[in-house]
Design a protein around this ligand. Structure first.
Ligand code: BGC
Length: 774
């Protein structure tokens, strides 16, 4: 539900003084705006003369204010709001006919250097500028230290939307106090392609989990009265040839997978903007894709905010504007035709190929986002003194401590107790933890402690200064903790042999703009094998963007998946390894046993630059059967299944019940901590039609409910959830609605997709709903 901002009487009083007609006239550089239509008088609003800028009255709804501000704008002012710039770099080379000297001067004076985007405001009408910052793990301004959350994929492993929301609240606060009123955060693309270089920026392979987690992040960010941008819409599931890859996928499959994740994230988070992606879908670029932007997002989902392009993702004027793109961003980024939404749009409106009504709608949506977010009434201001890096670091630490996934723990090697000596090996664990590359990479507080990696885009390869070795020393004060780089395998094996236990850190650097194979790079597989051979008490900690292959998994007793663990990764890893924190993360993606299990032998265009060729990619191969669904269809046994995650205690699920309440499926059960340690379990409920093919499903089962519960030893907690009906249904493209097939369904409860001991059956009756709006 769309939130309405509370009336702030005090603030309105200040504004009312400020907009006295004399002051207004004094600052007007152009003739006074046409008097807006008199607003419906709010009961407690002071009487206003006709010349007052009514949209400043925050007693009115955002819709009304947007309409009033729009009515006061000239054509050029409207065009100003629909074109965004990067940080000002390169604009001097653009002709004045395309970007006026006044706008260039504005960008030069007000854009934040090193930030993602800037859209000039309209001083005459008191419409503020839009300051846009990346991204989902924290504020990214090159060179400006800010707090980095764990990667979004890591946070998804918490299976706890409250963790995601708290993270969003923190980074949104840092954004507001860094001078930004818009955060380009809320990545909701599904991990359809495990080799996608940006999976770490997203929230896993399941639409329901992804929708909950991305939505919660957006909700947290927007609680700071700034806007958040759900992205990259849509089916932007690989980076190779990302601007020319044409995704072929049926509407039904898309609605049940990629689009369902976005739809649910939108409902949960209420983003005020959406970023369309680089790729094509069904032959049309996402930023000029009428099906995606107009029919689905705006008409069917009733999205009220605005669509901004990804940086350099616009290829036309009329087509893009008429398909639903509202703002072209990031000029002069990426070879965009600079005038698409500048002089070309002005000409198109004059010629009638883009209607005045459509331009007005574009502008009204942008204004709506400013009013609805609250950033209009509470303008942002850079103020470092308002950022408490200690508190924000603590929030990042809570997030990661709820997210790391213990994949294996044979013989209860972990937690480490009573060890006298530990050989830590590899991945610069003496200095910090790895983070992902590209536009989401945050400049860490304390600087990058490892500066010998590649620096070119999407680099620099960044470590966050949070040393696992230092943290282990703090947690195990009586043990000798040594560090060996791992470059020399023999030396690492010798160090491991001479210690009680060995901890090998391995990593995989992923980033925007490239996909990567699932093998670890360099000598890391050989390193693990040699260390495990030298000391059977070896733990492997993996810092990776997503799934990696682990040819050594069988022989390695303990494996902790840390993904990119963020600003406090070091202490979180140490506290989990030593048992101060009981691991509770569960995999939001499947870890394949081998490449042979993937839907595509190769990423189409793998390794090619993003615009070097047009290539079609057939996503109908997997369709909506992404991740664990694909493994179920194929009957493959992965290395580690979706939802898997161990704890230092044990849990039991019981009393699973499935009932129908007014046509809704309600599932409930009990989780009990049967071990001796406090711990958090994730109850997971999956649904399976008796005959999944006859029901039209993409795969035998779907995740339909999950809940994380914190339990003392011996304690039990009940849970009960109403299942979103779309998770019971298939999408009918003829009626543009959802259909539940009549029949028997199996409900399964457990703590991983491959560990579902409780089962019960329920009969669902045929239902249809949600036919398209006319
Ligand atoms: C990325 C977006 C990002 C934008 C602005 C693009 O290259 O795909 O995710 O928000 O740049 O930095």
């Amino acid at each position: 539900m769309r939130r309405t901002r509370p009336l702030k009487a005090a603030l309105f009083a200040t504004v009312a003084t400020f907009i006295a007609p004399a002051a207004f006239a004094q600052t007007a550089a152009t003739p006074a705006p046409p008097a807006p239509a008199a607003p419906a008088a709010a009961p407690d609003a002071p009487a206003q003369p006709q010349t007052v800028a009514y949209w400043m009255n925050n007693a009115q709804t955002p819709d009304v204010r947007a309409k009033q501000a729009l009515a006061a704008m000239t054509l050029d002012e409207k065009l100003t709001l629909v074109t965004g710039f990067a940080d000002g770099g390169g604009l001097d080379k653009v002709s004045d006919d395309v970007v006026s000297p006044a706008i260039k001067a504005d960008v030069a004076a007000h854009a934040i250097k090193g930030a993602a985007g800037y859209v000039p405001g309209i001083d005459r009408l008191r419409i503020p500028a839009q300051w846009q910052t990346d991204a989902s793990i924290g504020v990214r301004v090159e060179g400006l230290p800010r707090t980095a959350l764990p990667s979004s994929l890591a946070t998804a492993a918490s299976f706890d939307p409250t963790i995601s929301e708290a993270g969003g609240k923190m980074i949104g606060w840092e954004a507001r106090n860094s001078g930004f009123n818009m955060m380009l955060a809320g990545g909701a693309n599904l991990a359809r392609e495990p080799r996608n270089g940006r999976n770490f920026e997203y929230v896993g392979e399941d639409p329901y989990l992804a929708g909950q987690m991305a939505g919660a992040l957006i909700r947290g960010i927007e609680s700071n009265h700034i806007a958040s941008t759900m992205k990259h819409f849509a089916v932007n599931d690989q980076e190779s040839l990302r601007t020319t890859v044409d995704d072929q996928i049926s509407e039904k499959a898309m609605r049940q997978s990629d689009l369902l994740a976005f739809e649910m994230a939108m409902e949960q988070g209420n983003p005020l903007s959406v970023m369309c992606s680089y790729n094509l879908v069904g032959g049309a670029w996402a930023c000029e894709n009428e099906y995606l932007l107009k029919s689905t997002l705006k008409q069917q989902w009733d999205f009220k905010g605005f669509v901004m392009s990804d940086w350099g993702a616009v290829h036309s004027t009329d087509k893009a504007a008429n398909a639903g793109l509202d703002q072209l961003t990031g000029l002069p980024c990426c070879g965009d035709h600079i005038s698409h939404f500048g002089p070309d749009l002005k000409a198109a409106v004059a010629a009638g190929t883009v209607s005045q009504a459509r331009l007005d709608d574009m502008v009204e949506r942008i204004l709506y986002a400013m009013f609805a977010s609250g950033s209009y009434d509470e303008p942002v201001k850079a103020d470092d003194s308002k950022i408490d890096f200690k508190t924000d670091g603590d929030i990042a630490q809570t997030a990661v401590e709820n997210s790391l996934v213990l994949l294996k723990n044979t013989g209860n090697l972990l937690p480490l107790t009573g060890v006298k000596s530990v050989a830590v090996i590899g991945s610069h664990a003496d200095k910090g933890v790895l983070s992902g590359g590209g536009s989401s990479s945050v400049t860490p507080v304390g600087g990058n402690p490892v500066t010998d990696g590649p620096t070119s885009w999407p680099g620099p390869v960044r470590y966050l200064p949070s040393s696992p070795v230092d943290a282990l020393k703090a947690e195990l004060p009586n043990a000798t903790i040594g560090y060996t780089s791992g470059d020399d395998i023999a030396a690492a094996a010798a160090a491991a042999k001479a210690s009680d236990v060995a901890i090998v850190f391995v990593n995989k650097w992923n980033g925007e703009g490239f996909d990567a194979r699932l093998e670890l790079d360099g000598n890391q597989d050989a390193l693990v094998a040699a260390v495990v051979a030298a000391n059977p008490k070896t733990i492997v900690v993996v810092e990776s963007g997503g799934a990696v292959l682990m040819p050594w998994a069988d022989k390695t007793p303990a494996i902790l998946e840390a993904f990119y663990p963020g600003a406090r990764g070091g202490p979180a890893i140490a506290r989990i390894l030593t048992g101060k924190v009981n691991p509770s993360g569960h995999l939001p993606i499947t870890f394949p046993a081998s490449d042979a299990q993937l839907a595509r032998a190769e990423v189409p265009g793998f390794g090619q630059k993003d615009d070097s060729a047009m290539v079609k990619v057939d996503y109908n191969v997997d369709g909506a059967a992404i991740g664990y669904k694909w493994y179920d269809v194929k009957n493959y046994k992965p290395l580690f299944a979706f939802g898997h995650g161990l704890s230092y205690t044990t849990f039991q699920v019981s009393k699973l019940k499935a009932t129908l309440d007014g046509g809704d499926l309600v599932v409930s059960g009990i989780v009990t901590n049967t071990g001796a340690t406090q711990g958090k379990a994730v109850a997971q409920v999956y649904l399976s039609p008796h005959d999944w093919k006859a029901a039209g499903w993409e795969a035998p089962k779907r995740l339909v409910a999950f809940q994380k519960v914190d339990l003392a030893p011996g304690a039990s907690a009940p849970f009960s959830q109403r299942v979103d009906s779309r998770l019971l249904a298939t999408y009918n493209t003829a009626t543009q609605g959802w259909v539940v097939a009549d029949g028997q369904y199996r409900v399964m409860l457990g703590t991983a997709s491959d560990e579902l001991p409780q089962k019960t059956d329920v009969t669902l009756h045929a239902t249809t709903w949600g036919d398209a709006k006319q």
